[in-house]
Write a protein that binds this ligand. Structure first.
Ligand code: PHE
Length: 330
């Protein structure tokens, strides 16, 4: 039996150890054979052999299991060393990430208005009828609701169609004066070259004492902002309609592509529409119970800005996650 201790001692792998275990403890193993021989022995001799064999049986068993633990630990250590990843290793393949052009544009817009002391507010993307429509002077069945194709949930809840509800929520939550912008995602049932069901807007609202806010203030800041975004361009205000502003205007910039010569992007007009704005309608102030104040508001589509700045033709391509397109904006 002695040689088996030596074999266990010298074995190098869990597999070889298992072979030894079978040779010793298996049905046809040495122990079984030794015990079988016992039947020929008698009396004292028999019990001595039995005692001896049982002693070997127990100590070989414990040698085996101790060795198994040692070998397993060693093998595990070896495997872990082989699979170890050097996290500090420099990889030639690593790609440089970059902001998505829409987020980069949004950041730039927010940066301008923050510098002008506007606070950044965010609202929920799931809104109720009151904040998205009613308080913005869009009562139920008002035809102007058709201007915005809405995604509805049950119980009059909806995906906000614009960031204007953040105006209402901010005015309900705090007293005037107010000077805020609201960047965020909005949703409409629309899908073509220049529309996606989800897009981003930045809303602006300024409310102060009646004597302090005028259309001239609005015109000044928007002109300054658009020059900050697009460089040396001309700005034009065109009368328009929004239920929540009166008077309302749409703002155009001179075409950044053809510089007034007339191209496809500006439909030969030399002008590109970039935002909507106006003086806050008194009905909006009535809805939020504000008195003796005046205000201006504006709203713009961030994707439209990004498309004009980066000369992107198809808005939908911005949301396809195509690396070939995105890696151009590093
Ligand atoms: N909410 C308007 C829209 O989504 C934009 C707007 C905001 C117009 C504020 C005027 C004032 O079209």
């Amino acid at each position: 039996m002695k040689e088996w201790y030596d074999k266990i001692n010298k074995v190098k792998s869990v597999e070889a150890l298992e072979e030894i275990r079978i040779s010793v403890f298996g049905k046809k193993g040495v122990l079984a054979a030794e015990f079988a021989k016992m039947k020929d022995a008698k009396g004292q001799e028999k019990s001595k052999i039995a005692k001896d064999l049982n002693m070997h049986k127990n100590s070989l068993m414990s040698e085996l299991s101790a060795k198994k633990v040692t070998l397993q630990t060693a093998e595990l250590k070896k495997a872990m060393q082989a699979e170890a990843i050097d996290v500090s290793m420099f990889s030639m393949q690593s790609e440089v990430g970059a902001l998505h052009p829409v987020m980069e544009t949004m950041d730039r817009i927010v940066e301008y208005f923050c510098a002008m002391n506007f606070a950044v507010k965010t609202g929920d993307m799931i809104e109720d009828d009151f904040n998205n429509f009613e308080a913005l002077n869009l009562p139920k069945y008002h035809p102007a609701r058709d201007m915005q194709d809405t995604f509805y949930f049950k119980d009059e809840m909806l995906l906000r169609t614009h960031t204007s509800p953040v105006q209402i929520r901010t005015m309900m939550a705090q007293k005037p004066p107010i000077r805020m912008i609201a960047p965020g995602a909005v949703f409409r049932r629309d899908y073509d070259l220049t529309h996606t069901p989800m897009f981003h807007q930045v809303e602006g609202l300024l409310v102060d004492d009646e004597s302090k806010v005028s259309f001239a203030n609005l015109k000044y800041i928007l002109e300054d902002f658009l020059k900050y975004m697009f460089g040396d361009i001309k700005v034009r205000f065109r009368p328009s309609f929004f239920p929540f502003t009166e008077p309302s205007a749409e703002v155009d910039i001179s075409c950044v592509f053809c510089k007034g010569e007339g191209c496809r992007v500006c439909s030969q007009t030399g002008w590109l529409e970039v935002l909507g704005c106006g003086i806050v309608d008194p009905n909006v102030f009535k809805a939020v119970k504000y008195k003796n104040v005046s205000g201006y508001a504006f709203g713009l589509g961030v994707e439209r800005f990004a498309m004009l700045i980066h000369q992107i033709g198809d808005l939908r391509s911005l949301f396809e996650g195509d690396i070939k397109l995105l890696e151009q904006f590093q």
